[in-house]
Ligand binder design. Structure first.
Ligand SMILES: Cc1cc2nc3c(=O)[nH]c(=O)nc-3n(C[C@H](O)[C@H](O)[C@H](O)COP(=O)(O)OP(=O)(O)OC[C@H]3O[C@@H](n4cnc5c(N)ncnc54)[C@H](O)[C@@H]3O)c2cc1C
Length: 470
């Protein structure tokens, strides 16, 4: 089998690894470093930036833990810290490049051929690659995988200039910390950048189109983050839709639809991503797009053209690196004759890397209510967890959702510093349809945050299944 992959992000390169492993001849056409936007511009840079922000949180609680800094003596005296943004930016870029190089080495070691250039589908079995080094190459494949990702949504009335009015990818060109940053769009990306720049000392104003930040998240989790933001001085302008953004004086002004204005030294637009489907020959070969511009795919990543699969943000589904990678792997397992089940949309895990983080998996309470699915919910604040007390983390909780009667775990939410790692056992439970009782059985470390997952499961099992034995 010969497979041609268009795009080298997690959707593309993870598929390439699977296909090569199964003996296929694989070529990836990618127009930038391997890892794609995920590694070079989005996930990896933003999480690296947030790691620097996290260091400020650690410093902030240090006096409380009995660690004093030169010149300070009292436990309530918080020393002044300085942000060295150029050093942070340099680290972000180097780390992203290193990660991209590591992926490239792994993929090449597995026998995958890489072409640096722009690809375009010319017929259901052929891609034409215009190479960066000059010239073009026609690549024939038994199958093609489209994994071209997405681009930041642009608003015609809010043109970004890379200096004052910024897209998420412009953040890494900033030379100084914005004095007054207005973040338009209160979803995951906006909340993560707000977290970082609050820590770096910016005065941050959030323009939220709804009545709260993170409107599509578990509402209890969003409330915790909103409370933390407020305590750190973030101003939220709610029920506010940006109509226009323009430069004014040395900064910029956001004009809201209702006539209000919000001014800042910088404006960051985090209003979503759009699937990258243009100019790559999709419609010409008969690939259907949905109403939002994403490539229509089924559960095993097939498009409407039999030899062409699609994976990742280009499908416009849940725009997450982990989903892109899974869609890509499933496509190759299906193509290459492996036993494969359709992607389980009801078991997807996701994290918002605010401080504390919000990690979720499966069904949320809101989704269950909307779909009229009966669920039993148990929630446990982390304030009582001994590990949380030791770490001085007082915000956060564990929440589990189970089906009444069977006690099958169908969802969970965790809010705490390491929620992105802690969600793993709940994710295993949701995917494998374990019951709350089964989640109480594995040994957990004492003391640990994970102990609260088990405690929450125990309470849920007692209530729903009624046969938990101590
Ligand atoms: C700020 C931000 C932070 C994020 N953080 C996270 C996170 O923490 N965790 C998470 O799971 N998700 C995160 N995401 C989402 C995640 O980045 C995407 O879901 C992921 O990148 C999708 O992978 P992909 O393979 O579909 O596309 P991409 O990673 O976008 O890769 C596609 C590649 O294809 C290339 N390409 C496009 N057209 C062509 C062509 N014609 N020829 C050749 N190459 C082409 C693109 O240039 C790109 O390099 C974040 C997104 C943003 C915006």
């Amino acid at each position: 089998m010969r497979v041609v992959i268009l795009g080298g992000g997690p959707g593309g390169y993870e598929a390439a690894l699977v296909a090569a492993d199964l003996g296929a001849e694989v070529v990836i056409v990618n127009d930038e470093g391997l890892g794609g936007a995920c590694v070079l511009w989005d996930c990896v840079p933003s999480k690296t930036l947030l790691t620097s922000a996290q260091a400020f949180s650690t410093l902030e609680i240090a006096p409380n833990l009995g660690v004093h800094f030169e010149g300070t003596t009292r436990s309530d005296e918080v020393p002044r810290y300085e942000v060295d943004l150029p050093t942070i930016q340099k680290r972000v870029r180097k780390l992203a490049q290193d990660q991209s190089d590591d992926i490239r080495r792994r993929v090449v070691d597995d026998g995958v051929r890489l072409l640096l250039g722009k690809g375009r589908i010319v017929d259901p079995h052929t891609v034409e690659a215009r190479l960066v080094e000059g010239g073009a190459e026609r690549l024939e494949g038994d199958a093609i995988l489209v994994a071209t990702g997405s681009d930041p949504r642009r608003l015609p009335t809010a043109p970004t200039d890379g200096e004052v009015i910024l897209s998420s990818q412009d953040v890494y060109d900033l030379k100084e910390v914005p004095e007054r940053l207005v973040v338009v769009g209160a979803g995951a990306t906006g909340a993560e950048y707000a977290t970082a720049f609050l820590r770096f000392g910016s005065e941050v104003t959030f323009v939220c189109s709804r009545d709260r930040v993170l409107p599509s998240q578990d509402s209890d989790a969003a409330l915790v983050i909103e409370d933390v933001f407020e305590r750190r001085g973030l101003k939220a302008v709610k029920n506010a839709k940006a109509a226009k953004v323009e430069r004014a004086g040395g900064g910029a002004v956001v004009h809201l639809e209702d006539g209000r204005t919000v001014e800042g030294s910088h404006v960051l637009l985090t209003v979503g991503q759009v699937p990258q489907t243009s100019g790559i020959g999709l419609e010409e070969v008969g690939i259907a797009l949905d109403g939002k511009g994403g490539v229509v795919v089924d559960g095993v990543s097939r498009t409407t053209v039999p030899s062409i699969y699609a994976a990742g943000d280009v499908t416009g589904k849940l725009m997450l690196a982990s989903v892109a990678a899974m869609q890509g792997r499933i496509a190759m397992w299906h193509l290459l004759g492996q036993a494969v089940a359709p992607l389980r949309w009801d078991a997807v895990a996701a994290t918002i890397f605010t401080d504390p983080q919000i990690a979720t998996v499966g069904l949320s309470e809101q989704q269950a209510a909307k779909a009229n699915i009966d669920v039993e919910v148990e929630s446990l604040p982390l304030a009582g967890n001994s590990r949380a007390k030791m770490s001085n983390q007082r915000d956060g909780f564990v929440k589990l959702l189970a089906r009444p009667g069977s006690g099958t775990i169908v969802g969970g939410a965790i809010v705490t510093g390491y929620a992105s790692d802690l969600i793993a056992p709940v994710s295993v439970a949701v995917l494998n349809r374990l019951t709350a009782n089964q989640l109480t059985q594995p040994f957990q470390i004492y003391p640990s945050f994970a102990g609260s997952i088990q405690e929450c499961a125990r309470r849920l099992a007692n209530r729903v299944q009624g046969h938990y034995r101590y």
